[in-house]
Design a protein around this ligand. Structure first.
Ligand code: C2E
Ligand code: MG
Ligand code: MG
Length: 713
C-alpha cells in the first residue's frame, strides 16, 4: 500500500521523505514542516520515483533500508530521471558502518545521515543541503547557458578570438582558425599580432585599447601558407567588475571578396571601359584636387583638351571595333608621354584630357604639347591596317584663364574648338598671349631639330689666363648655333630647349667629341697640353651612359684626360648630392679635372663644397661685374677665395670686361681670369692664328698679357 502525506506550499522548499517506517514519516513531517519546509512523504521506492517526477523536490531524504526497492536502488534510478542529476539526496541509515555509507555514495547519494536522527541537526542539515543544492543548480544552469553560448560562437561564420593582457590567444573559434588556415589548437597560445602585417596592433598598449573601447579597422592578415588577405577586425577591450583589464575580444572577417567587388565597382564608376583610363567622373575629381593643391602651393596647372581629328571617319569606314582599338592605342601612346603626376582621362568619344600640375614653365608645357603631337607622327597598326590619326589640342591655364574646375574645363574646350577651326593637328591656348609665346617656342624647337640635322652648330673657344704666370691657362668650349631661320643663337636661348626636347645628349656628345678632336689638333702644334674646359648640362650628367660615352670619346680621340676639364653648374650638383659625388669620384679616377661653374648663383653655402672632389671654382660674372663698385660683391669674392684656398681649389673669375676688374680680382687673389677684356670667344682657327701671329710661334701670349707685365699688384 502506498501512503502519501503532503503539505503543499509553493514558496517553500520541497522535501521528499522516503521511509517505510510510519513513525519516522510522522516525526520527519512534523520536524520539517515546523522548520518551514513543504514535505512530501513516500512510503517506498516506487512511489518515491513517481513523486520525484511529479513534485520536483529540492531535497530527497531517503531511507537506505526499505522493502522492495531499497534506498540505493531508488537513488540510482532517481539520478537518471529529469532533474535527478542535480537534486541533493540525503541517505538515512541506521547502520553506522562504512560499507553502507560507501554503497550510498556509489548509488549517487549526496550525503548520509545516521539514524536515530537528531531533529535539530536534521533541520540544520536540510538548510545546508538546500543551499548547496541551489548553488549546484545555478552552476548547472550557467554551465548549460555557457554550453549554448559556446555552440553559438563556435558555429558563427566570423572569426572570434580572445587574447589575454599579453596579447596571447586564449580562445579561438573554428571560423578564426579556418580563415587563417590553422586548427584551433594551433592558434591557442600564439601571439595574435603574428597574424597581422600591420605594426599598429602591437603599438597599442593595453591601456590605450581600454580607452578606445571598441576599435574597428581594416588590416592585412596572413594565413598559415603565407598568403595575405584583407581582414575587417573589430576589437573590444574586456574588463572585470573592478575595471581590471582582462584582454581583448576580436572579431575577424575575411573581406577579400568584398574588396574585389569594391574594386570592380570603383573600376566601373571611375574608369573608362574601352581604354582603362580614368573617366569623366574621376577626371573632374582629380582636377578639383589638383587645383586645390595648386592654390595651396601657388602653382600653375595646365589643362589640355584633346580631340582626335578623323575619328568619325575611322568609325564609319572601319567599324566600331577598329575605332575602339584606335582609342586604346592612342591612350597607350598618350600615357607614355606624360609624367606620373599628370592625369590622363578619356571623357568619352574621341575626347581625352591631360591635367599637368606644376607645369609652371612655358618650356615644360611646350614640351608636353610636342610630345603629344609626336605620338601621331607614326601610323597606328590596327588589325593589320596602318591608320593615321591626329589631334586638335586646346589648353587652358590655372589661375590665368580660370580658377575653378568647370570654367577651366570650358576654356580648354573653347581653345580646342579654335584649334580645330585652324585645321588638323593644331594646338591653341585659351589666352592669346600664351599662344604666341608657345608658338614661338615650338617654332624654335622645331628649327633646333632641323639645325641638328643640317649641322648648324659650331664651337667657340675662349681663353682663360693664369694671373701668376701671365700665360694662357686653357680654353673654354662654348656652343653656338648658326640658325638658317633665326641667325646666330647664343646658348642661353637654346640649351634649355635642347634639354626639354631630349636633344642635349646628342648635342653634348658632339661638343665633347669635337672639343677633344680640336685638343688633338692643338697637341700636334706647339700649343700642346692646352687645357680644354667643356660645359656639361645636368641632364647630360644624369644620363646612365654618360661615363661610358666619355670614356669612348677619350679612347677614340686619344686625348690626355688630365687636359680635359668638365664644368658643372652649382645647381646641378645639388640635385642629387650622393649620385653627383659618386659620378665626380669616377671622373676623378679617370684623371679628368672638374670645376663648378657660375659659382655663387645657386647655393651660397660654401660649406658643401668640401664634399665634392673638384679642382676649380668659377666665380659667376654677376659678382665680377660689380667687383670694383660694390663692397658686398668684393667681400663675397674675398670669402670665396679664402674658402677655396683652404680647400686647395683654384679660383677662376669669369666675365672680366675691363682693367679695373682685372686689377681688383688680381688683388683679391683669384688664380685665373676669363672675359671679353682678355679675349672674346672665337673659332679654333682664329685662336690658333692669334696665338701664333701676335707673339711669334713659340709664344702663347695674347696682347692683353702686356697688362700682366705692367701690373703693379
Ligand atoms: P658659362 O659656362 O658660364 O660660359 C661663360 C659665358 O660667359 C659664355 O656665354 C661667354 O661667352 C660669356 N662671357 C665670357 N666673357 C664674358 C665677359 O667678359 N662678359 C660677359 N658678359 N660675358 C662673358 P655663352 O657662350 O653665351 O654661354 C652661356 C652659357 O651657356 C655658358 O655659361 C654655359 O653654361 C652654357 N653653355 C655654353 N656652351 C655649352 C655647351 O656646349 N654645353 C652646355 N651644356 N652648356 C653650354
Ligand atoms: Mg662654363
Ligand atoms: Mg659661368
Amino acid at each position: 500500500m502506498t501512503e502519501t502525506i503532503s503539505i503543499r506550499d509553493n514558496k517553500k522548499p520541497v522535501i521528499l521523505v522516503v521511509d517505510d517506517d510510519q513513525l519516522m514519516q510522522v516525526m520527519l513531517n512534523d520536524t520539517l514542516a515546523t522548520a518551514g519546509f513543504e514535505v512530501i512523504i513516500a512510503t517506498d521506492g516506487i512511489s518515491a520515483l513517481q513523486h520525484f517526477v511529479s513534485d520536483r523536490p529540492d531535497i530527497v531524504l531517503l531511507d537506505l533500508i526499505m522493502p522492495g526497492k531499497d534506498g540505493c536502488e531508488t537513488c540510482q534510478e532517481m539520478r537518471t530521471l529529469p532533474g535527478g542529476e542535480h537534486t541533493s539526496v540525503l541517505m538515512m541509515t541506521s547502520l553506522d558502518c562504512p560499507d553502507s555509507i560507501n554503497r550510498a555514495f556509489e548509488a549517487g547519494a549526496t550525503d548520509f545521515i545516521a539514524k536515530p536522527l537528531n531533529p535539530e541537526l536534521l533541520v540544520h542539515r536540510m538548510h545546508y543541503m538546500l543551499r548547496a543544492s541551489r548553488n549546484v543548480k545555478r552552476l548547472a544552469e550557467s554551465r548549460a547557458k555557457l554550453e549554448i553560448l559556446k555552440v553559438a560562437v563556435d558555429s558563427l561564420p566570423i572569426g572570434i578570438t580572445f587574447c589575454d593582457v599579453n596579447g596571447i590567444i586564449v580562445y579561438s573559434n573554428p571560423a578564426e582558425a579556418s580563415i587563417h588556415g590553422y586548427e584551433v589548437s594551433e592558434l591557442v597560445g600564439k601571439e595574435a599580432r603574428k597574424f597581422s602585417t600591420s605594426n599598429r596592433s602591437r603599438q597599442l598598449a593595453a591601456d590605450q585599447l581600454q580607452k578606445l573601447g571598441v576599435w574597428r579597422r581594416e588590416s592585412v592578415n596572413v594565413r598559415k601558407n603565407g598568403e595575405e588577405f584583407p581582414a575587417q577586425l573589430t576589437s573590444i577591450s574586456v574588463c572585470d567588475r573592478e575595471s581590471r583589464y582582462l584582454g581583448i575580444i576580436t572579431t575577424c572577417e575575411d573581406i577579400s571578396e568584398r574588396k574585389v567587388a569594391e574594386e570592380k565597382i570603383h573600376q566601373l564608376a571611375y574608369y573608362d571601359l574601352v581604354t582603362g583610363l580614368p573617366n569623366r567622373g574621376m577626371f573632374l575629381e582629380r582636377l578639383q584636387q589638383t587645383l586645390a593643391q595648386a592654390q595651396r602651393d601657388r602653382d600653375n596647372v595646365n589643362l589640355l583638351f584633346l580631340d582626335l581629328d578623323n575619328f568619325k571617319d575611322v568609325n564609319d569606314t572601319q567599324g566600331h571595333d577598329v575605332g575602339d582599338k584606335l582609342l586604346c592605342s592612342v591612350a597607350e601612346r598618350l600615357s607614355s608621354c606624360i609624367r606620373d603626376s599628370d592625369v590622363l582621362a578619356r571623357l568619352g568619344g574621341d575626347e581625352f584630357v591631360v591635367v599637368c600640375p606644376s607645369a609652371t614653365m612655358q618650356d615644360n608645357i611646350a614640351a608636353v604639347i610636342q610630345r603629344i603631337q609626336s605620338i601621331f607622327v607614326h601610323p597606328f597598326e590596327i588589325e593589320g591596317k596602318q591608320l593615321y590619326s591626329s589631334a586638335s589640342i586646346g589648353i587652358a591655364v590655372y589661375p590665368d584663364d580660370a580658377v575653378d574646375a568647370s570654367t577651366l574645363f570650358r576654356c580648354a574646350d573653347t581653345a580646342m574648338y579654335q584649334a580645330k577651326n585652324e585645321g588638323k593637328s593644331q594646338f591653341r591656348f585659351f589666352s592669346a598671349e600664351m599662344n604666341q609665346k608657345i608658338m614661338q617656342r615650338v617654332a624654335l624647337e622645331n628649327s633646333l631639330r632641323l639645325g641638328l640635322e643640317k649641322q648648324e652648330f659650331f664651337l667657340h673657344y675662349q681663353p682663360l689666363w693664369d694671373i701668376k704666370t701671365s700665360k694662357m691657362a686653357g680654353v673654354e668650349v662654348l656652343l653656338r648655333w648658326q640658325s638658317s631661320e633665326f641667325g646666330l643663337m647664343q646658348p642661353a636661348t637654346f640649351i634649355s630647349l635642347l634639354e626639354d626636347a631630349g636633344l642635349i645628349n646628342n648635342v653634348g656628345e658632339w661638343v665633347l667629341r669635337s672639343a677633344c678632336l680640336q685638343m688633338r689638333a692643338w697637341d700636334k702644334t706647339e700649343h700642346r697640353d692646352l687645357k680644354m674646359a667643356v660645359n656639361i648640362s645636368g641632364k647630360q650628367m644624369k644620363h646612365p651612359r654618360f661615363i661610358e660615352m666619355l670614356t669612348m670619346i677619350i679612347n677614340e680621340t686619344g686625348v690626355n684626360p688630365c687636359n680635359l676639364e668638365l664644368e658643372f653648374t652649382e645647381s646641378v650638383l645639388m640635385e642629387n648630392v650622393e649620385k653627383t659625388i659618386e659620378t665626380f669620384r669616377t671622373l676623378k679616377t679617370m684623371g679628368i679635372q672638374l670645376s663648378i661653374d657660375d659659382f655663387g648663383t645657386g647655393y651660397s653655402s660654401l660649406n658643401y663644397l668640401k664634399h665634392f672632389p673638384v679642382d676649380r671654382i668659377k666665380i659667376d660674372k654677376s659678382f665680377v661685374s660689380d667687383v670694383t663698385a660694390n663692397g658686398s660683391d668684393t667681400a663675397i669674392i674675398e670669402a670665396i677665395v679664402a674658402m677655396a684656398q683652404s680647400l686647395s681649389l683654384r679660383v677662376v673669375a669669369e666675365g672680366v670686361e675691363n682693367s679695373d676688374q682685372l686689377y681688383s680680382l688680381t688683388k683679391l687673389g683669384c688664380d685665373e681670369v676669363q672675359g671679353f677684356y682678355l679675349a672674346m670667344p672665337m673659332h679654333a682657327d682664329e685662336l690658333t692664328e692669334s696665338l701664333g701671329k701676335k707673339h711669334g710661334k713659340s709664344s702663347d701670349k695674347l696682347p692683353v698679357t702686356e697688362w700682366f707685365d705692367k701690373r703693379t699688384v
